[in-house]
Structures are given as structure tokens and as C-alpha cells.
Design a binder for this molecule. Structure first.
Ligand code: DQA
Length: 147
């Protein structure tokens, strides 16, 4: 199984960024967590982070041609604004799971809409790094069930 994990804007600032909301662990810690989970499941993983909407769209499009089987995506602030990311996910039509470190349901009104989530088969939020683990395991089960 080949997995693509996409993290959106400001997630590279983890550790420094609003630690009361996002915790004190760094983006490097998050990458290591994802790699560890994937290694334990025999999943090949590419992890991509960008602060630029178009680069995220390009990466989603490329995943179709690169043999990616599934996508875990935390679009960060673009969750609530980006129809382009929603359309890219719909275009490639790969199974995708949305993750948010924080529980966006309990936050500001402007975070209550998720465009990307409309193209995802599942969402995990408010679980911190654990949400990524659950998303990866969910997608593995999902793909195993299709065999
Ligand atoms: C986030 C939640 C978003 O609302 C916010 O803009 C982020 C991070 C999360 O992981 O909790 O940047 O996606």
C-alpha cells in the first residue's frame, strides 16, 4: 500500500504554534509518528507539507499518476476555504481521510465548514497525533476490504 500524507499551512510550525491548542510536539515529531505507524503496517508513505494551496492541488493531482492508493489530509486553514483542494480530491477519487489535531467543532464559526471533508470517507479530529494513526489504520482496513 502506498500512502500520501498531506499537511497544510502552518503545520510546519507545530511545537511553536499555539501550543495550548496544538501541543508542544514539533512537525518533525509528527513526521516520525506517521513513519513509525506506516513502518509497523508495511505501508510505503510520502509525507508532504506546504503553505501553498496550489502546491497541495498539484500534489493531489500527481498522486493519481504516481500509484498512490490512499490519502490522509490535514488541509489546515485551507479546510475551511479551499474548493480547489476539494475538487482535486474529487478528481483523483482516491480514498481520503481528513485529520485535524484540534477539535474544530468546538472552535470558531469560520472553522465549522470543511470543503475537503466533503471528498473524504472519514474524519478524525481532536485526537492530536493519534488521529493520523487512526486515519492510516482506517485506510489500510478500507483497502484490505476491497481486495
Ligand atoms: C487544523 C484546524 C484548522 O482549523 C487550522 O486552521 C489548522 C489546523 C487542526 O489540525 O486542528 O491550521 O487543521
Amino acid at each position: 500500500m502506498k500512502l500520501l500524507v498531506i499537511n497544510g499551512p502552518n503545520l510546519n510550525m507545530l511545537g511553536l504554534r499555539e501550543p495550548d491548542i496544538y501541543g508542544k510536539k514539533t512537525y518533525n515529531d509528527l513526521e516520525n509518528h506517521i513513519k513509525e505507524v506506516c513502518a509497523g503496517q508495511n505501508i510505503e508513505v510520502d509525507i508532504f507539507q506546504s503553505n501553498h494551496e496550489g502546491d497541495i492541488v498539484d500534489t493531489i493531482q500527481k498522486s493519481y499518476y504516481n500509484g498512490v492508493d490512499a490519502i490522509v489530509i490535514n488541509p489546515a486553514a485551507y479546510t475551511h476555504t479551499s474548493v480547489a483542494i476539494l475538487d482535486a480530491l474529487k478528481a483523483v477519487a482516491l480514498p481520503a481521510v481528513e485529520v485535524h489535531l484540534s477539535d474544530v467543532r468546538t472552535r470558531e464559526d469560520f472553522r465549522q465548514i470543511s470543503y475537503a471533508g466533503m471528498a473524504c470517507i472519514k474524519t478524525y479530529m481532536g485526537l492530536g497525533f493519534e488521529g493520523y494513526r487512526q486515519a492510516i489504520l482506517y485506510l489500510k482496513d478500507h483497502l484490505d476490504g476491497q481486495k
